[in-house]
Design a protein around this ligand. Structure first.
Ligand SMILES: NC(=O)c1ccc[n+]([C@@H]2O[C@H](COP(=O)([O-])OP(=O)(O)OC[C@H]3O[C@@H](n4cnc5c(N)ncnc54)[C@H](O)[C@@H]3O)[C@@H](O)[C@H]2O)c1
Length: 240
């Protein structure tokens, strides 16, 4: 059996750092060519580190215009799009009372509208190829209610709904849409106090970015060919 993602072309959003960067590394290791799409120009140095199988493209996921140029860039560089990982996200904790219109709108734009625009943008290239695989990164925040995370969690609940509806719509076209729901993962999103979550995790520790990336790579790949509309919880047992 060859590499998991041999000959696949993937766009991974929010891949300049954290879980997206781990996914970019994992995808290249597994034979894919990857566009690292992020608002953070640090994605450029990751692309240089990964070599000719990777390229950086500036993308604000909430901009339809940016999506068109990202997909055009990917097609002209790598010849198409097989996989989209909607990974970019923001998390600014706030209580209900503290949640301003701006804070709520920002979560909506990045965590919900971004994946919607991304899925729209890759539809045509995936149809040309006769199928594709979309992985949306939600959160265990979309499995129950949590303290001080109202705007974040509600945007991730919406993303779960978005994923399921897209999966239902696109399944017959060979485009599989699945959702990965990470628990606490050691990235800048959790910050320096991330280890405090370890007590609530069955495995007694928080997760490493690559432990999510490996699951994303599998569900994105043809080895998960009968998975559509599925939700994979990668949380060390936290919600169990
Ligand atoms: N770290 C966790 O504990 C955790 C838990 C559950 C879910 N998640 C989800 O996993 C995903 C990855 O998060 P992470 O932990 O790697 O966080 P991170 O903050 O380390 O990385 C997020 C990346 O998204 C990029 N980004 C932010 N806004 C963007 C925009 N408008 N357009 C393009 N890129 C943008 C950032 O520049 C950054 O590179 C997010 O969707 C997050 O909500 C994280």
């Amino acid at each position: 059996m060859g590499l998991l993602l041999n000959d696949k072309v993937a766009i991974i959003t929010g891949a300049a750092k954290g879980q997206g960067a781990a996914a970019a590394r994992c995808f290249v290791r597994e034979g894919a060519r990857v566009v690292i799409a992020d608002i953070d120009p640090a994605g450029q140095s990751l692309a240089e580190e990964l070599g000719p199988a990777a390229a950086f493209k500036t993308l604000d996921v909430s901009s339809g215009h940016d999506w068109v140029s990202c997909v055009t860039f990917t097609q002209s560089l790598f010849g198409g799009v097989d996989i989209l990982v909607n990974n970019a996200g923001i998390f600014w904790p706030a209580t209900l009372e503290q949640t301003s219109v701006e804070l709520a709108d920002m979560h909506y734009r990045v965590n919900q509208l971004g994946p919607l625009l991304g899925m729209q943008a890759v539809l045509r290239p995936m149809r040309v190829k006769g199928g594709g695989s979309i992985v949306n990164i939600a959160s265990i925040g979309a499995l129950r209610g949590w303290q001080n995370e109202l705007a974040y969690c509600s945007s991730k609940w919406a993303l779960r709904g978005l994923s399921r509806c897209a999966a239902v719509e696109l399944g017959r076209e060979g485009i599989r849409v699945n959702t990965v729901l990470p628990g606490p993962i050691d990235t800048s999103m959790l910050g320096p106090d991330g280890a405090q979550y370890a007590d609530h995790v069955l495995l007694g520790r928080i997760g490493r970015p690559n432990e999510v990336a490996e699951v994303v790579a599998f569900v994105a790949s043809d080895r998960a060919s009968f998975m559509a509309g599925a939700e994979l919880v990668v949380d060390g047992g936290m919600v169990a």
